[in-house]
Design a protein around this ligand. Structure first.
Ligand SMILES: *[C@@H]1O[C@H](CO)[C@@H](O)[C@H](O)[C@H]1NC(C)=O
Ligand SMILES: *[C@@H]1O[C@H](CO)[C@@H](O)[C@H](O)[C@H]1NC(C)=O
Ligand SMILES: *[C@@H]1O[C@H](CO)[C@@H](O)[C@H](O)[C@H]1NC(C)=O
Ligand SMILES: *[C@@H]1O[C@H](CO)[C@@H](O)[C@H](O)[C@H]1NC(C)=O
Ligand SMILES: *[C@@H]1O[C@H](CO)[C@@H](O)[C@H](O)[C@H]1NC(C)=O
Length: 396
């Protein structure tokens, strides 16, 4: 108990550190790049819409993907640019997700851009959500580079990004909201106040016009937190104050998603598709992040090698219950809710993280990051799922 508590605290600190590093070091260049050197096979447009693409396994795929490299995509940030910083093994890029009953189509940038022509897509959540958006930028770089229009829309370039694909009139945005609900700055004791029944305006005021909203949060709920409902303090998570009721992080996680989905359901002009990307667990082994903990594996877990811990499974269950409720309500008013069921699938990929091969541009020091994902790498698969779900929606 004591141990797991310490671990949790350490992870929190790690996330905080990582976030600070990340925030302070996002500088992107927009050089024209050549196309991916890898020829992509032509992909049948027909889709098996009844197949459960999330039931399957990782299979070795030596001919690729990757769809891009650190040379062909200029938008990889240093934290996730593992090859640039000398990661010697490349096996982690040579696995594909194989559903039991069908094929997950390869990512087809041209087809993606065709679907989103005249539309907009927002990633709402923490830096792992942004990591997926950055994977998408690189996957699309095969066809087109966007113009950075962040400045026109936000003073805060590090937290909020906006990209515009002029040839397709497609807008892609990231709204940084690590709790989905309203939160305050950390107090003297490192406690962050979060307001479980109030959506974070940073995204809630912005997403109404978006056609796709991809929602995901996770690691910040491990931190010491104060919880509010109806503007009143109702309890806390690992706050070490005897006079405040202890409340589980799962309750908070559930309420954050409930509030986020209720907000989307209630936005008057929102007609978009909401996609929940389920919780992604971190992969620290051999200690905590600050005690030599790392994630040096170079292959996926085999089926029996390591089971998803119960606490990670609980995050998954809670959010899926909430999205199912929202889905039911959405049906009545014509709003779609979809799920990228990624928890178990990405749990099997301890080999996909930067480990020591991400760099903070801030300190130029290696960061033992087992939370975010190398680009290219298994996180690209999340965008194969995303495109699959988008294609499923398009009438044949
Ligand atoms: C890509 O990675 C290689 C191998 O580490 C490195 O030599 C090269 O400089 C990197 N290229 C860019 C554009 O970062
Ligand atoms: C571009 O897309 C937006 C919706 O995202 C639409 O309102 C606008 O009319 C489109 N512009 C053109 C030139 O098609
Ligand atoms: C709990 O006790 C601390 C220390 O005495 C005090 O500062 C704080 O205001 C109390 N909080 C509540 C909610 O009563
Ligand atoms: C919703 O759209 C209508 C028609 O375009 C507009 O008049 C109204 O102001 C919008 N409502 C909100 C809350 O943005
Ligand atoms: C998600 O995947 C897990 C295992 O991969 C499976 O047990 C579960 O039923 C799936 N859930 C949904 C909502 O598809």
């Amino acid at each position: 108990m004591e141990n797991s508590l310490n671990k949790t605290v350490s992870i929190n600190i790690f996330i905080l550190t990582l976030s600070l590093i990340l925030i302070s070091s996002i500088t992107l260049s927009f050089l024209k790049s050549s196309r991916s050197p890898l020829p992509l096979p032509s992909i049948p447009r027909s889709l098996d819409k009844t197949c459960n693409v999330f039931q399957g396994k990782w299979v070795h795929y030596p001919q690729g993907p990757p769809y891009y490299s650190n040379e062909t995509c200029r938008l990889i940030i240093d934290q996730q640019n593992c090859i640039k910083f000398g990661r010697p093994d490349t096996e982690f890029m040579k696995w594909r997700w194989k559903p039991d009953d069908c094929e997950l189509p390869l990512f087809d940038a041209a087809h993606f851009l065709e679907i989103v022509r005249g539309k907009s897509m927002a990633f709402v959540g923490d830096s792992v959500g942004r990591n997926q958006m950055e994977s998408l930028l690189c996957l699309l770089a095969h066809e087109a580079y966007p113009e950075d229009i962040t400045q026109k829309n936000s003073a805060d370039k590090n937290y909020f990004q906006r990209w515009f694909y002029a040839d397709y009139n497609f807008t892609l945005a990231a709204f940084w909201s690590p709790f989905l609900v309203k939160s305050g700055a950390a107090d003297m004791n490192g406690l962050i106040s979060i307001y479980l029944d109030e959506a974070d305006e940073a995204w809630a005021n912005e997403v109404e016009k978006f056609d796709y909203v991809i929602v995901s949060v996770g690691q910040w709920f491990f931190r010491p937190l104060l919880f509010y409902e109806s503007s009143r303090l109702i309890g806390c998570h690992i706050c070490n104050q005897n006079n405040i009721t202890s409340i589980s992080k799962y309750y908070a996680y559930r309420m954050a998603f409930r509030t986020a989905f209720e907000t989307l359901l209630s936005l008057k002009n929102y007609t978009g598709t909401t996609i929940l990307r389920t919780f992604l667990a971190s992969h620290f082994e051999n200690g905590d992040w600050d005690k030599g903990g790392n994630c040096g594996r170079t292959k996926p877990f085999t089926s029996n090698e390591m089971k998803l811990q119960e606490f990670n499974r609980e995050f998954y269950s809670v959010q899926v219950e909430e999205v199912r409720k929202a889905e039911e309500k959405g049906k009545k008013i014509g709003l779609r809710f979809e799920v990228i069921n990624a928890t178990e699938i990405m749990w099997q990929r301890p080999d996909g993280h930067p480990n020591g091969y991400g760099r903070s541009m801030h300190t130029n020091a290696p960061v033992y990051d087992c939370v975010h994902w190398c680009l290219p790498g298994p996180i690209d698969t999340l965008n194969e799922f995303l495109l699959y779900l988008m294609k499923k929606e398009v009438p044949a």
